[in-house]
Design a binder for this molecule. Structure first.
Ligand code: ADP
Ligand code: ADP
Length: 239
């Protein structure tokens, strides 16, 4: 009953000196529908590598990946492209994700224009729905992202990531650049959206306390491996 499951995911890279570095070591990871999985670990522990495998930007050297029970480890071409739409990401610096000359409305509907054939009216309806979902005023559609606050830009990034109605949202340090009060607002927004849509979330962050406040389960990584995978409320006692 997992929406996403990785078994024994392993990834190796050759370093400049020709040494083989195991960035991800036999990682088992599971995600249920409607669940938030937190992933915590120091810089260099392999979080980004694991995310690149889960989002199928890289194929693991070893291990297998399943989406809704179907093996997706070896997908290629059009089926890979289609499957990637089910998993969307939000990054730390949303400003970097947008072309500076793209208005908020265009940024939100771009994935729909690329992947769906919708009429102009359907695009506008979807745009309005997504703005409302993330708590941005409708008239922001005509603004430029650089005129907005960091928190508002992160709301925009979430709206854009949800445009294709993905099953899984991966937040990679998505609140790390924000003030604490704004962090809270974004976390509450994510929890609201999750309740409304049954979205599954992977929340990657270096701040264990913050991860605990949103995640149902927390996975702690160290040197490419998983050292703990526990229900969120038990991590404090163990850490
Ligand atoms: P097990 O894998 O041992 O059967 P559980 O199913 O009880 O464990 O889930 C482990 C933890 O994950 C529990 O703390 C549970 O609250 C949480 N959890 C599991 N599935 C969900 C879900 N869909 N939504 C929210 N929390 C979940
Ligand atoms: P994190 O996201 O937790 O900071 P990464 O997954 O980025 O960790 O990195 C894990 C290890 O793998 C690090 O030692 C990093 O230098 C190495 N690494 C990551 N990507 C590559 C790559 N493309 N080539 C070589 N080494 C890499």
């Amino acid at each position: 009953d997992f929406i996403l499951e990785g078994k024994g995911l392993t990834q190796c890279y050759k370093t400049d000196t020709g040494r083989v570095l195991t960035a991800c070591r036999a990682v088992d990871v599971t995600l249920r529908k409607g669940e938030t999985l937190g992933i915590v670990g120091e810089s260099g522990c392999g979080k980004s590598t694991l995310l690149r495998i889960l989002t199928q930007l890289e194929r693991p050297a070893e291990g297998r990946l399943f989406f809704n029970g179907q093996e997706i480890t070896f997908l290629k071409g059009e089926s890979l492209r289609r499957n990637r739409c089910h998993i969307q990401m939000v990054f730390q610096d949303p400003a970097a994700s947008f072309f500076p000359r793209m208005k908020v409305g265009e940024a939100i509907t771009e994935p729909l224009r690329n992947f769906r054939k919708l009429s102009r009216q359907e695009l506008l309806d979807k745009q309005a729905e997504l703005l409302e979902l993330v708590g941005l005023p409708a008239e922001y559609a005509d603004r430029y992202p650089h005129s907005m606050s960091g928190g508002q830009r992160q709301r925009l990034a979430i709206a854009r990531a949800l445009a294709l109605d993905p099953d899984i949202l991966i937040c990679d340090e998505a609140t790390s650049a924000l003030d604490v009060s704004v962090q809270r607002q974004i976390i509450e927004l994510l929890a609201d959206i999750q309740r409304q849509r049954g979205l599954s979330i992977i929340f990657v962050c270096h701040d264990l306390a913050l991860v605990q406040s949103i995640a149902h389960r927390v996975m702690i990584m160290y040197l490419g491996g998983v050292v703990e995978a526990l229900p969120g409320d038990q991590v404090w006692n163990q850490a």
